[in-house]
Write a protein that binds this ligand. Structure first.
Ligand SMILES: [Fe+2]
Length: 327
């Protein structure tokens, strides 16, 4: 459409006084163009986005070549997204934005389990497994590990029937969706707490692994002297009726990447001891596990809430699935 007309062909130049000619008045002109946004939250977000985006471009004095390079990077990121890959979440994670959103959105009361990034590798439809069920049935390399603990309320009372949705990489450092049979679910399961609030998960010891680094995120990490590694962890979403669900990980205390997680997701309270046993524990023997093996114990503490937060988490998972993030 011609300059100075909106989509209805109306002249807009006079109405908002927006004939901008200098680097000093362009930002005000653009802000004015968004001033009539009817929805208050959208208006707040758009005005702040314009203000900070313009300030950033002016601060670094972005050149046309750099602007075009940014367009190329975003285009490449979009092309890499598929039903097995979500490059924009990787950008968000590696720029620390995911963790800022997490920190703002989950200010927990003292004692509740802290959240951390959801990441791009959750999948809907993982199997319901009994206590002690093995999520690593195809992994013949990893060291058998039993992860156990309780799900509690803030008063330390057990929560019966809480749901733990668990996912983890295989011992080769790949999630099932990245491996040779990407349509088969592996290293995933849903577990319920028993009458004492206890859960028991059979898996293999988690390993550290690189986030996918063959795309623009990897290029950014390389160009900025950063490594792509994440410390060994297991993902959880823990939820129960009447409580705010928590999306979190547990991390292996011995991992060398705890201090430099590529996605900034480590919180001290989520670091857990993975204890080695040369002979199987009694519980492991009952499940047919031979030594050596590891055990890890971690209690999750949920904060009471209404139903809204639970809907938010499930909605996020469904929306990621729709994006093709294997959510
Ligand atoms: Fe992960």
């Amino acid at each position: 459409m011609p300059d100075g007309q909106n989509t209805h062909g109306q002249n807009t130049n006079g109405r908002d006084g927006a004939r901008s000619t200098t680097e000093d008045d362009i930002t005000a002109a653009v802000l004015a163009r968004f001033a009539a946004t009817p929805e208050p939250r959208l208006k707040q977000i758009m005005l702040a986005l314009i203000k900070h985006l313009h300030a950033f471009v002016k601060e670094v004095e972005l050149t046309e070549a750099e602007w075009f390079q940014a367009i190329e990077i975003l285009t490449e990121a979009g092309k890499m997204c598929s039903d097995k890959r979500q490059e924009f979440i990787l950008f968000s994670d590696t720029l620390g934005v995911s963790m800022v959103v997490d920190l703002l959105g989950h200010r927990k009361p003292e004692g509740a389990t802290e959240s951390t990034v959801f990441g791009p590798f959750h999948r809907l439809g993982s199997p319901d497994l009994p206590p002690g069920g093995n999520i690593a049935h195809r992994d013949t390399v990893g060291v058998p590990t039993l992860v156990s603990g309780r799900v509690l309320d803030l008063d330390g009372k057990p929560i019966v029937g809480a749901l733990l949705d668990v996912w983890q990489t295989q011992s080769n450092g790949l999630y099932d969706s990245q491996d040779e049979h990407p349509d088969e679910l592996h290293m995933r399961g849903k577990f319920r707490t028993d009458a004492e609030g206890r859960y028991l998960i059979r898996t293999v010891r988690p390993v550290n692994y690189p986030i996918p680094s063959d795309g623009p995120v990897g290029a950014m990490l390389k160009a900025t002297g950063r490594h792509p590694m994440r410390p060994a962890h297991i993902h959880f979403v823990v939820m129960a009726d009447g409580y705010e669900p928590v999306t979190t990980h547990i991390f292996d205390r011995t991992d060398p990447y705890l201090e430099s997680d590529a996605v900034f997701a480590v919180k001290e309270s989520l670091i857990c001891d993975f204890v080695r046993h040369e002979a199987p524990t009694a519980e492991a023997a009952r499940l047919g596990i031979a030594g050596p093996m590891f055990t890890a114990n971690f209690d999750f503490v949920l904060k009471p809430t209404g139903v809204a937060a639970r809907i938010d988490v499930l909605d996020a998972q469904r929306r990621l699935a729709a994006l093709g993030a294997r959510a």
